[in-house]
Write a protein that binds this ligand. Structure first.
Ligand code: PMP
Length: 309
C-alpha cells in the first residue's frame, strides 16, 4: 500500500506503479548502504496553475557528485535524472506542494568492491508547510558526534551517513525535543539531522562553514544569498561554539524538506525572546515567495513542470 506516496514512481527511467518499484534484497545498497539520495520540493502555484521544482539543477549536480564520491557506475547524466523525475511528476499529474525523493543506488548482488550497475528511483509525496515553520522548534545538542569527513562524506547525501543522524534524532525525540543539533569531533557546531544551522547575533548572520562536517546544503546557499540580496545583512561562515548559541538573538535551521524553521530554544534555554525572530520571518517570506513563484526574483531557481510540457 502506498504510504501517502504518489501512485506512480520511476525505476531506472521507467514509470512504474508504487508496488512494482522494487529492487533485490541482496543488492549493494542493502548490503553496504551504497546509495546516495536527494530530497527536493515542488511548489504548487494555484494562480499560475503550475508546479515549480526548486533548484533542480543544483540538486541533480549534488546527486551526480554523490555518485562520483561513492564511485557508482555509470554516473547518470543530468538529462536522464531530470527526465526520470519530471516524467514521474507528470505521470502522476501532481498538482499540490510535494516532497520529491531520488535515490541512486548500487544494484546487483556483488561484493563490497562492486561499483555498478547503478540504479535510480524517484518518488513523490504530498507535503504542505509544517507547523514547525510557523511555530518553531525546541532543539537539543546530541550526545552523538557528527560523522567526520575522513570517515564518511558529510557533504553528500550518502545513505550510510544517516545512521548517525538517525541515532541523534531518536535520542532527542526520546528526551522530548523536536530535533537535534550535532557537534563535530572538534566540538564545534555542525548541523541538524536534516537541516543547516544559522544564528543571528549583533546584526550578523552566522553559520558553520563547509569544513564543519555539514552537508553542502542548497537551502543554506539560498539563505546566504537572500540574506545579502534582500536584507543587506552580512553572513559569516565560520566555526561556531555551542555556548555562543545561548547568546544568540535568534536562530533557525533550513533544508529542502524543513524549509526555514525558527529555533526557539537550545537545551531548554530560550534563544533571544524564545519566539521566531524578525530576521527569520523576513527570510521565510523571501524564501517562500521565490520558491512558490509569487516573487519574480531568481527564475533560474524554478523549473516549471507543466508550462514546458
Ligand atoms: N543537512 C542534512 C544532514 C540534510 O539531510 C539536509 C537535507 N537535505 C540538509 C542539511 C539541508 O540540505 P538541502 O538544503 O540541500 O536540502
Amino acid at each position: 500500500m502506498p504510504n501517502a506516496t504518489a501512485r506512480l514512481m520511476s525505476l531506472n527511467g521507467r514509470v512504474v506503479p508504487y508496488d512494482e518499484c522494487q529492487v533485490h534484497a541482496f543488492c549493494g545498497a542493502m548490503k553496504y548502504a551504497a546509495a546516495v539520495f536527494e530530497g527536493l520540493r515542488g511548489y504548487w502555484n494555484e494562480a499560475r496553475n503550475d508546479l515549480y521544482v526548486f533548484r533542480l539543477h543544483e540538486h541533480l549536480q549534488r546527486l551526480r557528485y554523490g555518485m562520483r564520491v561513492l564511485r557508482l557506475e555509470p554516473v547518470f547524466d543530468e538529462a536522464f535524472l531530470a527526465e526520470s523525475l519530471i516524467g514521474m511528476i507528470r505521470a502522476n499529474d501532481l498538482r499540490e506542494t510535494v516532497h520529491l525523493r531520488m535515490i541512486a543506488f548500487l544494484d546487483g548482488d556483488d561484493e563490497l568492491s562492486a561499483k555498478g550497475p547503478a540504479g535510480l528511483v524517484c518518488g513523490a509525496l504530498p507535503r504542505p508547510r509544517s507547523r514547525a515553520v510557523r511555530e518553531g522548534v525546541h532543539v537539543a545538542v546530541a550526545s552523538y558526534t557528527r560523522i567526520a569527513d575522513n570517515a564518511l562524506p558529510p557533504r553528500v547525501k550518502c545513505t550510510a551517513n544517516y545512521v548517525n543522524n538517525r541515532a541523534a534524532e531518536l535520542e532527542a525525540r526520546r528526551n522530548g525535543f523536536d530535533g537535534v543539533l550535532m557537534l563535530t569531533d572538534r566540538g564545534k557546531v555542525s548541523e541538524g539531522s536534516g537541516a543547516c544551522f544559522f544564528m543571528v547575533r549583533n546584526g550578523v548572520l552566522h553559520t558553520p562553514d563547509v569544513t564543519s562536517d555539514i552537508l553542502e546544503s542548497i537551502t543554506r546557499d539560498t539563505v546566504i544569498r537572500l540574506t545579502s540580496e534582500r536584507l543587506g545583512m552580512a553572513v559569516h561562515e565560520r566555526a561556531i561554539d555551542r555556548h555562543e548559541i545561548y547568546a544568540a538573538d535568534e536562530a533557525f535551521w533550513c533544508g529542502s524538506g524543513y524549509e526555514i524553521q525558527p529555533i526557539l530554544s537550545l537545551d531548554r534555554l530560550a534563544i533571544g525572546a524564545g519566539k521566531p525572530g524578525v530576521v527569520t520571518r523576513a527570510l521565510q517570506e523571501a524564501y517562500f515567495g521565490i520558491a512558490e513563484a509569487r516573487l519574480s526574483e531568481h527564475p533560474e531557481w524554478r523549473t516549471p513542470i507543466y508550462a514546458n510540457a
